[in-house]
Design a protein around this ligand. Structure first.
Ligand code: NAD
Length: 302
């Protein structure tokens, strides 16, 4: 199976590296050449000589059986996939495009229409598990699309995740991913408010976090993100702008399925304000800094 991998960032880089280590023939593309070099180096260290790169996404995708994309947002995914020099124009009939990005249903419908007209199969296969799961190959992969295409692609998906699930028709993966990821942001904001309340009341930040981690507030967010708030790093594994994108996708999805989600509306506004104030590329937990500034108290270990 010849594979192309487009988008080698925090998630795509380690996922592509796992495919390189597994020995697949791999063609890479990212706008940032350093990210291509990093994956190539990992493959070379593992003895994989069959790794190349394209000057464009289309060049990388030419003649492959499967192309993976792990890209920031629907606009970029469409530009990379559907433009005249996009990957669909380069893929041979019978190939499969697997999008690992967090994406929306409108984009999915446009991809599907274009792919079907070229006799190319498409799976939405967004992931969860963070950069550490991407590095360890332990992601959860939530797949929507034709079950036979899924069955064909499952072995390669199992190189990037250890929970690879077929959830239903096209779009089911994107829906599950957005519905799951929303808790990341609601929890992050809730965690910061609980910490702020305790700290303002005189409890030491690390004591308060320990209590939350060991009680009804226990969660991945408290365990993984709590320390990154208290050390002031705000977690570099994920960009603030991508966090806001996820919240915007949540509201879009809510609109299209007729769900009213008042808490999500408030949290989307928090992330939007944080992106406007601190910038798209900052770490996602910078959203907590808004609350810290508002309270004149920084949640730092003593
Ligand atoms: P990232 O910003 O680290 O990586 C995106 C990569 O895409 C970058 O290397 C960038 O150079 C490249 N890129 C941008 N435009 C391009 C183009 N036109 N052509 C080729 N390459 C291009 O983002 P990430 O954190 O790796 O996230 C990727 C996707 O995975 C997003 O949809 C995100 O929502 C989703 N996701 C991220 C996480 C996480 O914890 N980081 C977890 C689950 C899902």
């Amino acid at each position: 199976m010849r594979i192309a991998f487009i988008g080698l960032g925090n998630m795509g880089g380690p996922m592509a590296s796992n495919l390189a280590r597994a020995g697949y023939e791999l063609a890479l593309f990212d706008l940032d050449a350093n990210k291509v070099d990093a994956v190539r180096a990992t493959g070379a260290a593992a003895g994989n000589q069959a790794i190349s790169s394209g000057a464009t996404a289309a060049e990388a995708a030419t003649g492959v059986d499967v192309v993976f994309t792990s890209l920031p947002n629907p606009k970029i995914i469409e530009a990379v996939g559907l433009s005249e020099q996009g990957i669909l124009a380069a893929l041979p009939k019978g190939a499969v495009w697997i999008d690992l990005s967090t994406n929306n249903l409108e984009c999915e419908r446009r991809i599907l229409a274009a792919a079907t007209s070229k006799e190319i199969a498409f799976l939405d296969a967004p992931v969860t598990g963070g950069v550490e799961g991407a590095a360890a190959g332990t992601l959860m992969v939530m797949v929507g699309g034709d079950p036979q295409v899924f069955a064909r692609c499952k072995p390669v998906l199992e190189k990037i995740g250890n929970r690879v699930m077929h959830l239903g028709p096209h779009g089911a993966g994107y829906v599950a991913k957005i519905s799951q990821v929303v808790l990341c942001y609601l929890n992050s904001v809730a965690l910061s408010e609980a910490l702020m309340l305790g700290v303002k009341g005189g409890v030491a930040p690390e004591t308060m976090l320990g209590i939350i981690q060991d009680s009804t507030g226990a969660s991945y967010v408290a365990n993984r993100y709590g320390p990154a708030i208290l050390d002031g790093s705000y977690d570099p594994g994920f960009a603030l702008g991508l966090a806001h994108k996820d919240m915007a996708l949540t509201l879009e999805l809510a609109g299209s399925v007729g769900a009213e989600l008042p808490m999500c509306e408030q949290v989307e506004a928090v992330y939007k304000k944080a992106v406007d104030k601190y910038g798209f590329d900052q770490n996602h937990l910078m959203a907590v800094k808004l609350l810290e500034e508002q309270n004149g108290t920084f949640l730092r270990s003593t």
